[in-house]
Design a protein around this ligand. Structure first.
Ligand code: NAD
Ligand code: LMR
Length: 346
């Protein structure tokens, strides 16, 4: 009898473990990301995890060091770590994947300059996800150009719903939120419902027309009314967020990593656990043709999430200024999509 109870407990424990894949696991974003995932920041403080860590063969030595450090953290939730250079091993039975592994840009480059180098990684990983991952896997693409890589990844994984692929614009959302909070001298979390529309690139449109801020306890007003400076919100603010990645590279000589890892955690946590009440978050998802954005583009929209399913916040008023910005970033995404398809078919 006791044997049976112990056996049942073991089976339950094993089936409760969620398998999560992180690619680019020997790189700089992963170094921060793995710590937060293993600690329980993303899938919850009671969720046991198995981590599969994918990187390329020459990085296996470095990855061994990362595994040693993960082990040395003695995380209670971390039940198994599988380092590998084999996509089949990395994606088999996986329920959530952070696709980080890709070349980062250097000073003077645009993110789309990485297309030729990176897009084939996402074709290959899409094919592996299609074959080996769980069909309800949630895929977050971080590697740049993130929107187009996510689109390609989903294209080559036709057996997985397209809604299960997303790309990260949460870092842009966090940046926008932090800029407004600093301007108004309030806490970062006092600012809500900032939107990032479009591409994770210098054409993105950070939009605070629908955002609100708690300026004193219990008093929430529109950001436009609190800032009282249309010129700043339409120009300097927009440009600062659009070019923040380049500013970090210029200063650090490396692209953002700590903030990117934090944003990846925010994105996946909200997808897994859901968003609160009336709050929106921005994520790049496949356009269903709303807000005049061509169906099928991987475009960042404001979404609400329940039961691991995102829904675009619809019905927001779009003025002429916003329309132009939203269309310009869609044009860039269309160009990237066509270029990426050509590269993948060659
Ligand atoms: N979407 C965003 O907001 C955002 C933010 C920051 C960085 N990024 C992008 O994330 C990517 C990673 O940045 P990083 O700073 O960690 O770079 P990094 O160079 O430090 O690490 C990248 C890792 O990916 C690995 N890799 C390369 N090809 C691979 C493949 N086929 N499979 C698995 N792993 C592979 C490399 O060996 C390396 O270990 C870059 O493309 C960067 O531009 C995106
Ligand atoms: O800007 C980059 O190339 C890295 C990343 O996409 C960022 O926004 O910081």
């Amino acid at each position: 009898m006791l044997k049976k109870v112990v056996w049942e407990m073991c089976v339950r424990l094993a089936s409760d473990v969620v398998k999560v894949c992180v690619t680019g696991a020997a790189g700089q974003i992963a170094y921060s990301l793995l710590y937060s995932i293993a600690k329980g920041d993303v899938f919850g403080p009671d969720q046991p995890l198995c981590l599969t860590l994918l990187d390329i063969a020459p990085m296996m030595g470095v990855l061994e060091g990362v595994v040693m450090e993960l082990n040395d953290c003695a995380f209670p939730l971390l039940r198994e770590i599988i380092p590998t250079a084999d996509e089949k091993v990395a994606f088999s039975g996986v329920s959530a994947a952070f696709l980080v592994g890709a070349m980062p840009r250097r000073e003077g480059m645009e993110r789309k300059d990485l297309l030729a180098a990176n897009v084939k990684i996402f074709k290959s990983q899409g094919q592996a996800i299609d074959q080996f991952a769980n069909k309800d896997i949630k895929v977050l693409v971080v590697g740049n150009p993130a929107n187009t890589n996510a689109l390609i990844c989903s294209f080559y994984a036709p057996s997985i719903p397209r809604e299960n692929f997303s790309c990260m614009t949460r870092l842009d959302q966090n940046r926008a939120q932090a800029q407004i909070a600093a301007r108004l001298g309030v806490r970062n979390d006092a600012v809500e419902n900032v939107i990032i529309w479009g591409n994770h690139s210098s054409t993105q449109f950070p939009d605070v027309r629908h955002a609100t801020v708690e300026i004193s306890p219990g008093k929430r007003i529109p950001v436009y009314d609190a800032v009282k400076d249309d010129n700043y919100l339409k120009n300097e603010f927009v440009t600062t967020v659009q070019t923040r990645g380049a500013a970090v590279i210029k200063a650090r000589k490396l692209s953002s990593a700590m903030s990117a890892a934090k944003a990846a955690c925010d994105h996946m946590r909200d997808w897994w656990i859901g968003t609160q009440d009336n709050k929106w978050v921005s994520m790049g998802v496949v356009s269903p043709g709303v807000y005049g954005i061509e169906k099928g583009l991987m475009y960042s929209f404001p979404v609400r999430i329940q039961n691991k399913t995102w829904t675009i916040v619809e019905g927001l008023e779009i003025n002429e200024f916003a329309r132009k910005k939203m269309d310009a970033t869609a044009v860039e995404l269309k160009e990237e999509k066509d270029q990426a398809m050509d590269i993948c078919k060659a």
